[in-house]
Design a protein around this ligand. Sequence first.
Ligand code: SF4
Length: 249
Amino acid sequence: MGNRTIGLAVAESLQVWRGKVQGLSTEELVTWAWQTFGSRVALASSLGLEDQVLTDMVSRLTPQMAVFTLDTGRLFPETYDLLHRTRTHYGLDIRVFFPDARDLEEVVSSFGPNLFRESVALRKRCCHVRKVLPLRRALAGLGAWICGLRKEQSSAREDIQTVEWDEANSLVKINPLADWTEAEVWAYIREHGVPYNALHDKGFPSIGCACCTRAVQPGEDCRAGRWWWEAPDKKECGLHWRDGKLVSR
Ligand code: SF4
């Protein structure tokens, strides 16, 4: 994002941090994040492949760092299995944030459990209650968060930077895997024996809520299995903003 919308002090800090992280390896970057922000930085994991790579690094390099995930209440059984396996494998207390029960009662009572199929607006409302609001609670009090976004994942992510300002949540966002390719992610997973979602071996490159994710056919875009009934430009869940626009996840 441009520096015009952020305070001068933040812009100056960003410049300094970007200078410091230039040339660092991904592992060094994770360590730098901990040394710079201490207990005010956390890894946000969706339990996707990239986040599993980062969880592996955090467990080895900065095991004191908080790791959290969001349970929307509509995840695949395989995803819950992975959460359990990851906690056991690394001995990490991965904190789980849930939707607010009253918010959920209100939205489901008003529009039904499958409101996301009714309209894009209702789908976004479901994502807001089940993902965006819990994320806000998870980020409260933090100075920075770490994500597994990669430039290669979509055109909307082409210009992500390793260290950037998250305007929507008013904190620093660190993307240690920004320059990684999908092949590099898989190579790391295999080399380090990182636990991953069994659905990845069944045609699911991108995994979200069970009711909003399907397998893709060979050659299909990796995002084709998410909210497949919507036009591609509507596919976002409100978790990631870039230059004032939502980026799908
Ligand atoms: Fe709701 Fe689907 Fe969004 Fe999950 S992905 S929060 S079920 S609309």
